[in-house]
Design a protein around this ligand. Structure first.
Ligand code: FAD
Length: 471
């Protein structure tokens, strides 16, 4: 069945798929590479909050595939995968095209699930892509404009209330961002920022329950309370229905209603339904893979990221796992091409990072050191910007970010900073920015020289651990 002329086909252009494609191209892989993705832009999900707030812009964290793949040997096909036939080694697309493959990479991620909650799909907005982040920004701006124009105080309260369903990392990061951002936007319109309400609705009493970030619970809880407008908690609240402008929930065996002009759903991710249909073993909907990330019965097929699981070495569904897997799959595809054995994939967890408001974050490095506040924010952004796929893009974006940090561009003014001396604050930012970002920029610009000249300091090794180069 396998024909040399058939390409290696990658399904899904998220962290796992895009990084597989880019690494294959950089390895001078001899077989044609096709990346099939339904969207025209790559969403750098960990930085979607910055896209919403305007701290970073579309070109930085929501770039077009055409731009990211320019100069590579990857053929980008914008289409939706409709079927995968593992026996025939063929993929069916919504456009009607059939694509044969010699090797396949399944990297289709997951999907938002509403747990069959009535009205949720209709009235709650998800927050998982650049498109949705931009739509949410427009919606929130619109609500603030409506609020400033109404003299009806009950209506204004409703328009100014944002309910965020789910207190996992996305819910918390979004709540912290909005609780700093909305007062600034509303203040600019001449409104009273104290009228804004951001409510975090959670089924259980604990935030970050069962999440890889759970050890940051206390830090996150403190941060939620310390925002410009402290975030309200609605815990032990099981959402039973979402209406156009209301969340109905059960709490202490009573049915209650929260009126809210904006309802954001961050509560759940389900496996991609397309992959559930494949005749291979699953674990909670994720495809079971061998330690080399291959399907046991179809070794020409790899699977990675949020849609795959290795039972012997389970990994959390995160970007930092997905991109490392992408790189490893590219290596193993090269091994197959050269008739060498494939290699088990080692994932290095380098700690966790969270955004806890505008210009505030926490970096938990190697699960040993916690750096909070402005330095935590700088480490988080610098680390993620380093991961942007494609060296030219990466260098441009990192330089832009550094300039923005130094000259305080794109920075919405925070009430929390009113008490600080702007001059002192700027100097502190410049110092912290330079210390953290200079090595990253140097490494991106001249990787070999950087390694040679600075290896004696240990900085290249530390950086490789903390923020492995995307190339
Ligand atoms: C708001 C948010 C914040 C996050 N923050 C962090 C963080 O700070 N750190 C971290 O490590 N992780 C974070 N994550 C998780 C991380 O983004 C995911 O684990 C990661 O994106 C998984 O990568 P993936 O390649 O498996 O899937 P995805 O990135 O979801 O990519 C899957 C791709 O497949 C495409 N696709 C799906 N179905 C089809 C189809 N039928 N046809 C064609 N294309 C299709 C999708 O459009 C998508 O581009 C965050 C996630 C979200 C939503």
């Amino acid at each position: 069945m396998q024909q040399a002329s058939h390409p290696t086909v990658i399904l899904g252009g998220g962290f796992a798929g895009l990084f597989t494609a880019l690494h294959l191209s950089q390895q001078n892989y001899s077989r044609p590479i096709i990346l099939i993705e339904q969207r025209d832009r790559f969403s750098f999900k960990p930085l979607l909050y910055e896209l919403l707030s305007g701290e970073l812009h579309s070109e930085q964290v929501y770039p077009r595939y055409k731009e990211l793949l320019a100069g590579s040997s990857v053929t980008f096909v914008q289409d939706t995968v409709e079927s995968v036939d593992l026996d025939q080694r063929r993929v069916g697309l919504v456009s009607g095209k059939l694509v044969n493959y010699s090797n396949l990479v399944l990297a289709l991620g997951g999907k938002t699930t509403y747990f069959n909650t009535p009205g949720a799909a209709e009235y709650a907005v998800p927050f998982t892509s650049g498109e949705q982040a931009i739509a949410l920004r427009k919606h929130l701006r619109h609500r603030l404009h409506q609020a400033i124009q109404t003299s009806d105080s009950a209506q204004r309260r409703l328009l100014l209330t944002v309910a965020i369903i789910g207190a996992g990392p996305a819910g918390i990061e979004l709540a912290c961002t909005l609780a700093d951002l909305l007062p600034i936007w509303y203040d600019e319109l001449g409104g009273d920022a104290n009228e804004i309400r951001v409510v975090l609705v959670n089924r259980s009493q604990e935030i970050l329950k069962g999440d890889v970030n759970s050890h940051l619970r206390c830090t996150a809880q403190r941060a939620l309370k310390r925002r410009v407008i402290p975030v309200d908690f609605l815990f032990n609240a099981a959402v039973t229905q979402i209406q156009a402008q209301a969340v109905e929930y059960q709490q202490n065996e009573q049915t209650k209603v929260l009126q809210a002009g904006t309802i954001v759903w961050t509560a759940g991710t389900a496996p991609n339904p397309l992959l559930m249909e494949l005749p291979v073993p699953h674990n909670r909907g994720r495809l079971l893979v061998t330690p080399t990330l291959q399907l046991a019965d179809f070794p020409e097929v790899f699977a990675a990221g949020d849609c795959a699981a290795n039972q012997d070495n389970p990994q959390p569904p995160t970007a930092q796992v997905a991109y490392q897997q992408g790189k490893a799959i590219a290596h193993n595809l090269q091994c197959l091409q050269e008739h060498k054995p494939t290699i088990p994939v080692q994932i290095q967890m380098r700690g966790t990072l969270m955004k806890l408001g505008l210009n505030e974050g926490v970096a938990n490095l190697f699960n040993k050191v916690q750096i909070q506040g402005q330095p935590g924010h700088l480490i988080r952004e610098a680390t993620y910007l380093q991961l942007l796929p494609n060296s030219a893009h990466n260098r441009k974006v990192t330089t832009e970010w550094l300039t923005d940090e130094l000259f305080q561009r794109h920075r919405p003014f925070s009430h929390m900073q009113l008490g600080q001396t702007p001059w002192l604050y700027g100097m502190a930012t410049i110092a912290a920015g330079l210390i953290i970002a200079t090595p990253l920029v140097l490494r991106a610009a001249q990787p070999t020289q950087f390694q040679q000249n600075f290896s004696w300091t240990g900085i290249p090794t530390l950086l490789n651990q903390l923020a492995p180069s995307a190339k």
